[in-house]
Design a protein around this ligand. Structure first.
Ligand code: ADP
Length: 245
């Protein structure tokens, strides 16, 4: 499958944003539940170089989503630290972490989480504004074009197929030129063709913009397309290996 050249759609204020380096040390996460503490992560240490791509794999319940949520600053750990670039995001006040997330990170989830009452174009534009950038309709359009959904900007999310929605979610994750994109099972609900396309586009953007990409997936073929794979088990990192990608 081939795609047209990806334009450098990044707004001038964020163009050439370098990929973020991730350094995680002795990370632990416990959840309080009515039946006691659940240890989701235990003593995880991990480094991802700027501009690298990484897959996190392992059986259900081993802590993949928890780790991704901590890398993306969606949650704070109960032990250890998460450093993204020069910032220890696990020690930041909530508001500061939220601002960093909006400005510098992009998220793609299995459920696309698009705003149902905004059009495709508005959904993408909203992310630019939340990131503190001027909304540039031409940039929005160029990115949607590159993702092959350029003619769908005026539609609402429920007027799209699952694969189209997920491509719009990718556009929203990339519009502000993030230094880190985290994706949690982004192809989980897609057929093989749409899944291929979404992964291809994430990788293409990652390479074109030098974005650091971390993806949780149960699909081994998707994992092998990243540069490295982290295998998790029972809240631990079992091993990290380079792929041939
Ligand atoms: P995976 O993504 O590998 O399926 P998760 O990170 O979602 O695993 O979950 C790891 C463990 O933490 C599981 O035992 C899960 O039930 C538990 N867990 C995750 N989130 C919560 C939460 N918000 N509250 C309580 N337990 C949770």
């Amino acid at each position: 499958m081939t795609f047209g050249a990806v334009p450098d759609h990044r707004p001038a204020s964020t163009a050439h944003t370098a990929g973020a380096r991730i350094a995680v040390a002795d990370l632990g996460m416990e959840y309080a539940t009515p039946t006691g503490l659940v240890r989701a992560l235990d003593d995880v240490t991990l480094t991802v170089e700027p501009g690298a791509s990484l897959a996190i794999v392992g059986p259900s319940g081993c802590g993949k989503s928890t780790l991704l949520g901590l890398l993306g600053g969606l949650e704070v750990p109960t032990a250890g630290e998460v450093r993204i670039g020069n910032e220890v995001i696990s020690a930041m006040p909530d508001q500061e972490r939220a601002a960093l997330r909006r400005r510098a990170f992009g998220f793609v989830f299995q459920a696309d989480n698009l705003q149902p009452f905004l059009t495709v174009s508005e959904n993408v534009g909203l992310q630019a504004v939340l990131a503190g950038l001027a909304d540039e309709p031409a940039e929005r359009q160029a990115l949607l074009d590159a993702l092959d959904v350029g003619s769908l900007g005026h539609r609402f999310p429920d007027q799209l197929s699952g694969g189209q929605r997920q491509r719009v979610a990718v556009a929203r994750a990339l519009i502000h030129g993030p230094s880190l994109v985290v994706a949690d099972e982004p192809t989980g609900s897609l057929d093989a063709a749409s899944s291929d396309k979404v992964v291809e586009l994430l990788l293409q953007m990652h390479k074109a913009n030098g974005t650091t990409l971390v993806i949780v997936t149960h699909d081994r073929a998707v994992a092998e397309r990243m540069e490295a794979v982290v295998e998790m088990r029972d809240g631990h990192v079992n091993g990290t290996r380079a792929t041939r990608s």
